[in-house]
Ligand binder design. Structure first.
Ligand SMILES: Cc1ncc(COP(=O)(O)O)c(C=O)c1O
Length: 367
């Protein structure tokens, strides 16, 4: 959209032209991938090609990829496929916390929101699953997933990681990281909404939580969303070839933005040492986050107060509260998430716009 500055890539990302073109072609392929005739086989070929593209991004084998309707379902499948207490952190996305309800065992997190592998180790006795996200959706913290997965492997406890915010933004090599289950969503990597994938490590005793047809090798019933899956495959391929190599640019933009924001006197939330490049969760003391997000929106700048699924609820961010932040401060949070299509000029324009908005809100609408 002309004039719009989109700084909400953790909520969703624009569909890439190449991804859209691949999907448009796939819409014409109407066969059911389970049908054995040629129309079905054409659709099956598209699904299998996409499966290989997703697997390649992760360093996995195609038979370890199960397509589903998005990140939320992938997390629900992972948690539903296991039994017993789930060791997790209160910083997880509602997709995990909701699916784990009634069997949660929380590890403590510090003010920086870091999940300590030793805390996980101490909570493992009798656990059925550990679920620790690769990157946090609100503050951008990157967890020590490799280390936590090794701790779980040693103890013989299964591990899931919600990598919805990490894929395409940081390299994920499942040949080197011994997680058993991992969730992905296409729309965070310039793919379509409503399609995702669960990685299930070969040999993992996966019990499908939903009964139905034999699709996805009996791991997720239901006729496949062929065009969506094609879009996800194309997005993963683009992520591998372009997004990951371009992350340095995003880091540079994020660093420029962060320096400018700090100069404006923001408080910065999250783990300052290990964060996702381009995710900046900040607060201007005395300025309500909701008011600032609305004022920015009127100027054509799209940001958010936190997770898209919980924003609009007017409740302060559960992630920031779990990090021990007082409610008043949590209500001041604004999340900017930079993407590879942003420019220095856009960042500078936002930095130039902010002082006037903050000043106005402090005078007329203090938090
Ligand atoms: C960390 C994380 N997990 C899961 C999800 C859910 O993914 P989807 O929107 O595809 O259901 C999101 C989306 O915001 C997310 O950020």
């Amino acid at each position: 959209v002309p004039g719009e500055i989109y700084l909400d890539h953790n909520a969703t990302t624009p569909l890439r032209r190449e991804v859209r073109a691949a999907m448009e072609e796939a819409w014409g392929c109407y066969g059911n991938p389970s049908s054995v005739h040629q129309a079905g086989r054409r659709a099956r070929d598209l699904v299998e090609r996409a499966r290989a593209q997703v697997a390649t991004l992760l360093g996995a084998s195609p038979d370890e990829i199960v397509f589903c309707s998005g990140g939320t379902e992938a997390c629900a499948l992972a948690l539903g496929a296991t039994k017993g207490p789930v060791v997790t952190s209160p910083l997880e996305h509602p997709a995990v916390l909701g699916a784990a309800a009634g069997r949660v065992r929380f590890v403590r997190v510090g003010a920086d929101g870091r999940v300590d592998p030793d805390e996980v180790r101490r909570a493992l006795s009798g656990a059925g699953l550990v679920s620790v996200q690769w990157a946090n959706h609100e503050v951008g913290n990157l967890n020590s997933v490799a280390e936590i997965a090794s701790v779980c492997r040693e103890a013989g406890v299964a591990m899931h990681s919600d990598a919805v915010q990490a894929a395409g933004k940081t390299a994920i090599d499942l040949a080197a990281v011994p997680v058993d289950l991992l969730s992905l969503s296409a729309h965070k990597i310039n793919g379509p909404k409503g399609v995702g994938a669960l990685f299930v490590r070969r040999g993992f005793p996966y019990e499908p939580p939903v009964a139905g047809g034999h699709q996805e090798r009996g791991r997720r019933p239901g006729t496949e969303n062929v065009a969506g899956i094609v879009g996800m495959g194309a997005a993963c391929e683009m992520a591998r070839r372009e997004l990951l190599p371009r992350r340095r640019e995003v880091s540079r933009l994020g660093a420029r933005f962060e320096a400018g924001l700090l100069a404006l006197g923001v408080r910065r939330h999250g783990d300052r040492e290990r964060g996702l490049a381009g995710t900046l969760n900040v607060a201007f003391p005395g300025v309500g986050g909701e008011a600032l997000v609305q004022a920015l929106d009127l100027e054509g700048v799209r940001a958010s107060t936190g997770a898209a699924c919980t924003s609009g609820s007017l409740a302060p961010s559960p992630v920031l509260l779990a990090m021990g932040m007082p409610e008043k401060e949590a209500r001041e949070a604004v999340r900017f998430s930079v993407g590879p299509e942003n420019t220095e000029e856009e960042i500078d324009r936002v930095l130039a716009t902010l002082p006037g908005l903050i000043d106005r809100i402090r005078r007329h609408d203090p938090s």
